[in-house]
Design a protein around this ligand. Sequence first.
Ligand code: COA
Length: 197
Amino acid sequence: MEVRPYRSGDDDTLYEICLKTGPGGGAAFTDPRILGEIYVGPYLAFEPDLAFVVEDDDGVAGYVLGARDTRGFEKLCEARWWPRLRERYPVGSFPDDTIDARFARLIHRPPVARDDVVAEYPAHLHIDLLPRTQGRGFGRILMRRLLAALHDVGATGVHLGVGATNTNAIGFYRHLGFTVLHENPSGLTMARPTFLP
Ligand SMILES: CC(C)(COP(=O)(O)OP(=O)(O)OC[C@H]1O[C@@H](n2cnc3c(N)ncnc32)[C@H](O)[C@@H]1OP(=O)(O)O)[C@@H](O)C(=O)NCCC(=O)NCCS
């Protein structure tokens, strides 16, 4: 088992992990790429040095991805990531009530982080591990790698979004020193400084 920096050949596996660790294990999606196009692709394209993976004999099984400056990242995605996807997934690509349609809508209206959040915690992250690597300390190792890398590039605070029902992840983040900044029925925004004692 090894934690290492992301390499360009990892992309497809990271997209698959994103799907499998996503809503309902990805089973309800008709398009297996759409989640990765939102939550993985732009990080690999624009912040490859802030991507780390965990790998075992069966291959890559988890990742953490970061963006050092959320506002700058949103602008970069608006200029260089979303336009291509908006062409690939025009409005109405999927029947309205499907999970694919829910995420396709995000491509056309991506969420924007709150001003008060990015003022103190300018970076953000995503972390996902397949079940075979969960609960064995690799989430913590990946998180520490990213926090150190973010700190090295000058990002002093990092935030993340987590679903309100994802009690496992919320417990993990709390245990690692994240606190809740905002809460609504669908999810929480949590954050912490990147400094590691
Ligand atoms: C959430 C997730 C990233 C955690 O990673 P992990 O590898 O399972 O966690 P670790 O084994 O590294 O745990 C690190 C520490 O957190 C603690 N911890 C983990 N889950 C916890 C929980 N629910 N409550 C309290 N503490 C928890 C562990 O006990 C461990 O403590 P220690 O290092 O002090 O002994 C991982 O389980 C995962 O990817 N889950 C599915 C996808 C997901 O939900 N991603 C987050 C989307 S926002």
